[in-house]
Design a protein around this ligand. Structure first.
Ligand code: KIV
Ligand code: ZN
Length: 501
């Protein structure tokens, strides 16, 4: 075994997808899984099969669609969960069951109402049971970040003896400092007698902004698998970002460690995940944020032009960001549009380029220059993303408003092929439009949350709207964009309706 090789375990589709509003359809998950394969990840955690029929089916379909990476399914330490995972993984060419239980006294007492000895046995029994189905079993010692190191070492030894091939030491609550987490991994490397029979994995959460630092501390002390997500998405403050860890290892040759990641795919998959999950990347996010390679102060611009490395430790092209950009404007042709869509990770065989080009021209007519973010908005709202025909389509929107006019809206929707039209008044143009939609839909839907944002600023800018609506006690999320704020709002509302129906 190459001891300098760090295995990359991606959990975007499991830990990342747990974020409210980020849920993907099975078709979308397959798309992300294929891009993860192209990126070169070693293991894809495809879901938690017992948690829902949708998650189960996603693990089945990803197992069929992807051949190179190991496909992993999460379970708790019980036979029912493990049976479901084994069944969901039946088509995977290379498969892993990821089972585990709490390791901190807090979890043992207040989550399981149990004792250390009982928990040790349950953990080892789960590993033995899972090994009946697969040769590759990973064990997670939940809340290991706050667990007593001596007990943790006994747990790791017991599960390796029971057949675990990988042992995950999660800092579930993002509590540890880098030196504490590094010391924890070192303690295990030094005190677990059978440690050479398994790989130690690091899984860090970002509650204190330390996920990447802790992950690197873990690797520097002997861990050889990193668990991370694209853009660092995940519950609360998120998980470790895959792109940060991959680029740290690529940049710091002195660590002498390497991964199988093809870094040129990083920007494409980052934009794909951000668009599909409707989770914008913060502009100053390391590696993939809009400003990550933007130099605005005169001194820095001058320095970069003289010698790029004066102010850039990474080459943007290494992560798939084109620097000699072909700028997109209303005069650009289909070829330029195609070039940028491909660079952003869109699958051209699934896209009706002529139709996208018409929408691109409409947007470009209203803006001087079309940025990557604009293109993502353009694609994110289209059928190309889901590759399915939407049940509800907006055919017409007419709004009258002003001072002292009473806002009125007329809306025509095509619902499963049938056109329906209604008009309504409201206390503003958006309210009037939503009232008109309600006249057509006649269902009990509440608009729970509404946010509108300009992409960059400026009155000619594209606005994006995020909405949350409630129907039958369940929340649904919608997203829309347009240079017209009423249109963007209706697009978001119709997007949410399509999820309901
Ligand atoms: O953070 C965590 O502890 C986890 C485990 C389920 C692996 O995600
Ligand atoms: Zn986690």
């Amino acid at each position: 075994m190459d001891n300098n090789r760090v295995y990359v375990f991606d959990t975007t589709l499991r830990d990342g997808e747990q974020v409210p509003g980020c849920q993907l359809t099975t078709v979308e998950k397959i798309e992300v899984a294929k891009e993860l394969e192209a990126l070169g990840v070693d293991i894809i955690e495809a879901g938690f099969p017992i948690s829902s029929p949708g998650d189960f089916q996603s693990v089945v379909e990803i197992s069929k669609a992807v051949s190179e990476p190991v496909i992993c399914a999460l379970t708790r330490a019980n036979t029912k969960d493990i049976d479901a995972a084994a069944e969901a993984l039946r088509f995977a060419k290379r498969k892993r069951i990821h089972t585990g239980i709490g390791a901190s006294d807090m979890h043992i007492k207040y989550k399981f109402n149990s004792t250390r000895e009982e928990i040790l046995k349950r953990g080892a029994d789960a590993v033995k049971y899972a090994r009946q189905f697969v040769d590759d079993v990973e064990f997670y010692a939940e809340d290991a970040g706050r667990a007593d190191n001596e007990f943790l070492a006994r747990m790791v030894e017991a599960v390796i003896a029971a057949g675990a091939t990988v042992v995950n030491i999660p800092d579930t609550n993002g509590y540890c400092l880098p030196d504490q987490y590094g010391a924890k991994i070192k303690y295990l490397m030094d005190h677990v007698s059978n440690i050479d029979k398994a790989i130690i994995s690091v899984h860090c959460h970002n509650d204190l902004g330390l996920a990447t630092a802790n992950t690197i501390a873990g690797i520097m002390n002997g861990a050889r698998q990193v668990e991370c997500t694209i853009n660092g998405i995940g519950e609360r403050a998120g998980n470790t970002s895959l792109e940060e860890v991959a680029m740290i290892l690529k940049t710091h040759h002195s660590l002498g460690l390497h991964t199988n990641i093809n870094s040129k795919h990083i920007y494409g998959i980052s934009t794909l995940v951000s668009t599909m999950m409707r989770m914008p990347v913060q502009p100053n996010k390391a590696i993939v944020g809009r400003n990550a390679f933007a130099h605005s102060s005169g001194i820095h611009q001058d320095g970069v032009l003289k010698h790029r490395e004066n102010y850039e430790i990474l080459n943007p092209e290494d992560v798939g960001i084109a620097t000699n950009s072909i700028i997109l404007t209303a005069r650009s042709g289909r070829h330029a549009l195609k070039h940028h869509l491909e660079r952003l990770g869109y699958k051209l065989d699934k896209i009706n380029l002529d139709e996208v080009y018409q929408r691109f021209l409409e947007m470009a007519d209203q803006k001087k220059e079309i940025s990557d973010a604009d293109l993502q908005q353009l694609m994110g709202d289209g059928d190309e993303k889901n590759y399915v025909d939407k049940a509800i389509k907006l055919m017409l929107l007419q709004v009258v408003c002003g001072d002292p006019l009473r806002p009125m809206a007329t809306v025509k929707l095509k619902i499963n092929g049938e056109e329906k039209e209604a008009s309504a008044a409201g206390n503003g143009p958006v309210n009037a439009t939503i009232n008109a939609i309600h006249e057509i839909i006649k269902d009990d839907i509440d608009l729970d949350e509404f946010s509108i944002q300009a992409m960059h600023g400026g009155s000619e800018d594209v606005s994006k709207v995020n909405m949350r609506v409630k129907y039958n006690g369940q929340s649904y999320y919608g997203f829309g964009y347009s240079t017209d704020i009423v249109n963007a709002s209706v697009n978001a509302y119709v997007d949410a309706l399509n999820k309901i129906y």
